[in-house]
Structure formats: structure tokens, C-alpha cells
Design a protein around this ligand. Structure first.
Ligand code: GAR
Length: 225
């Protein structure tokens, strides 16, 4: 299956997908890396890996989102793209684009959706005091950060975490689950029924919990002893 990766910046998830696609037997080819910004650092990484790149500057369209998407889709068509993977692509797509690419448009988001949609997910997770945080790969629907969930990974939130340490722990998992989820889609292992996705792939490792459940501490009653 021919995949386009859409980026706006660093492109570490894109790099993880490129590494996976370079492995023998991976069921997808990265046909194009497209950025909406010419200064996206990820473009150089893709070029170094010999992957075709394109830039469609969103700024040049001055708010004409549909026009911007028509230009992007011309690039997608030119490269025979069958599936689009958003990887830190920081533009909201129109309902028209989302509908045209239904079930062929995937996103990675740095939270356990449906918690913390939108931006600044790590700061908001810390402020909310959650004990588990993580990342989600999902099919894109018209609501921002909404759509059937393909894969999630959870990480503990530690008491001395700051935004950077938590983001790094989550990003490591993003790099693991995004290539896996794209691989399942490309291999035809995914069934989508309404909001629920079933993957006919070997189960991932067991559930994560933090703090680890154990026996409840026994209260001591000193005066009775
Ligand atoms: C990633 O953490 C990704 O989950 C997030 O942006 C970062 C991009 O990093 N995406 C979003 O917040 C989309 N709502 P990368 O360019 O190194 O892959």
C-alpha cells in the first residue's frame, strides 16, 4: 500500500514510519512525505532516506483551506497515494477532505483519547493529575482528534515529571504504535464497525496500570496492641 506522511515540523514519527517501511516484509511503501511548511525539519530526513517530498505551503492559501487541500491532493494523486498518515501535521482538515479519505486517513495524537483532545496535552495531563497518560492512533473523522481508535499505549505519569520528560516517554510509545497500526491497515487486518476497530493481529502485551494494583495496606491500630 502506498502511503503519504503529512508533517509540519520535526518528523520523528515520520522517521519511525520510514524505519519500519525499510524493514523487509513491511506491508506499506512510503510514497511521499508532504509538508505544509518549507522549513519542516523532517523534510531533510525524508530526502536523506531517498523518499519523495513535496511542500504545499498552507500560508500561501491565506485561509482558503479547500484550495490548500486541492493542491495537496494533486500531489497525493501524482504519487499514487492510497493512505494518508498525519504525523504532527498541524492543520485542521476540512470535512470534505476527511470524507474523501474516509478510513484511509490516520492520525497520531499525544494523549489517551478521548482525553485531552487539542494542543498542550502533556501540560494538561500533568495539571489534571492523571496517573496514566499516553498516545493514540486513530482514523480521522470530522471532529478534531476524533475517530475510531486503532491503537493506544499508556505510560506512567511519575511524581517528578515535567512536560518534557512526560512528552519524551509518550513519544517513545508513539514511535512504536504508529508503524504497527499503519502496518495492520496496510495488511488488511483492520475491521471498522462504527466507532470500534478490531485488529486481527497478535495481541499487544498486557494492560498497563499505574500504580500497580496490589493488596490494600492493612491499617494498624497501635492503641489496640
Ligand atoms: C507528536 O507528538 C504527535 O503526536 C503530535 O505532534 C508531535 C509531532 O512530533 N501531534 C499532534 O499534537 C496532533 N494533534 P513529530 O513531528 O516528531 O512526529
Amino acid at each position: 500500500m502506498r502511503i503519504a506522511i503529512l508533517i509540519s515540523g520535526r518528523g520523528s514519527n515520520m522517521a519511525a514510519l520510514l524505519r519500519a517501511a525499510a524493514q523487509p516484509g513491511y506491508p506499506a511503501t512510503i510514497a511521499l512525505v508532504l509538508s505544509n511548511r518549507a522549513d519542516a525539519a523532517g523534510l531533510a530526513v525524508a530526502e536523506a532516506a531517498g523518499v519523495p517530498t513535496a511542500v504545499v505551503e498552507s500560508r500561501a492559501f491565506k485561509g482558503d483551506r479547500a484550495g490548500f487541500e486541492v493542491a495537496m491532493e494533486a500531489e497525493l494523486a501524482r504519487h499514487g497515494v492510497q493512505l494518508v498518515a498525519l504525523a504532527g501535521f498541524m492543520r485542521v482538515l476540512t470535512e470534505g477532505f476527511v470524507d474523501r479519505w474516509r478510513d484511509r486517513l490516520v492520525n497520531i495524537h499525544p494523549s489517551l483519547l478521548p482525553l485531552f483532545k487539542g494542543l498542550d496535552t502533556h501540560a494538561r495531563a500533568l495539571a489534571a493529575g492523571v496517573k496514566l497518560h499516553g498516545c493514540t492512533v486513530h482514523l480521522v473523522r470530522s471532529g478534531v482528534d476524533e475517530g475510531p481508535i486503532l491503537a493506544q499505549a499508556a505510560v506512567p505519569v511519575l511524581s517528578d515529571d515535567d512536560e518534557a520528560s512526560l512528552a519524551a516517554r509518550v513519544l517513545e510509545q508513539e514511535h512504536r504504535i504508529y508503524p504497527a497500526a499503519i502496518g495492520w491497515l496496510a495488511a488488511g487486518l483492520v475491521r471498522i464497525e462504527g466507532d470500534v476497530v478490531t485488529v486481527a493481529a497478535p495481541a499487544a502485551s498486557g494492560a498497563l496500570a499505574n500504580p500497580l494494583p496490589g493488596p490494600a495496606p492493612v491499617p494498624t491500630n497501635r492503641s489496640a496492641s
